[in-house]
Design a protein around this ligand. Sequence first.
Ligand code: FES
Length: 311
Amino acid sequence: MTTEDVVGIELAPADSLPLPAFDPGAHVEFFIDRAGQPPLVRQYSLCNGPGETDAFVFGIKREPQSRGGSHWIHSLSEGDQVSLGAVRNLFPINRDAGSHLLLAGGIGITPVLAMAQKLTSVGADYQLHYFVRAVDHVAFRDRLKESEAAGRLHVHAGLDAARVRAVLGEALARPRQDAHAYCCGPGVFMDTVAEVAAAEWPSERVHFERFQAPAAQSAQASDAAFDVVLQKSGRRCHVEAGQSIVQALAAVGCDVMTSCEQGVCGTCLTDVLEGTPDHRDAYLSKAEREGGRLILPCVSRSNSATLVLDI
Ligand code: FES
């Protein structure tokens, strides 16, 4: 264990083949198949430092509210086999940036830690602000030593929401023209970063890694119902309030491939041919949202009475 509720695990290929290449910010899908229970897919960030190519390194928090994924991982023992999906990176370090501001809340340290180790190794200019409930919740202390020794690590322990906002205000003030910021953590933490950064940072220079869409964006019973037309078959499907498009399509025998079902991974990305999507994901860029031609149907809905999808 790296803290009382975060376990550090290393997974090496069972066939001894080399790992695929990956960069800081990358994550991997875990396919979790437990006897008698529905399969789960979960994404976890890689914490590897540069040159660590024998095994994937993860830090996984036991989530009290989880649907079982993190509990299953915490029950693993040395020698157990785990089925993993492809490595993806939706949160890369910007290669043109002249300085980097890393902001981590709790378990959000995992992708940021990979970044800090890389930036240290290449002598890049960066600062890492790590917000934790208490000092003994600092994970991967050994991997943070070099950042700490260089005066680049700033641990903020036990702050209330107002103090977190104030510290973020100081950290994000007066950014260099070539600075990029990277943030991972609980939704409320990332929402605060986004609000504070909006005063001085262009949105394209602030990067977020979300493994959960903001709670307020999931389907609500108060949402309006609408229809979806499947262009390829011509079928029409009614999406009730509180029901996702994916669920409604499954009910009429049309299965859309999904993974996270939270609007963060992009697996269910679908073309929109007509209608106005109500985007509730954390995956599409601002330009893609405004274009209105793409939708993540696991969470997003429709602002028009009918949405025609290229399915
Ligand atoms: S399944 Fe991950 S975004 Fe829809």
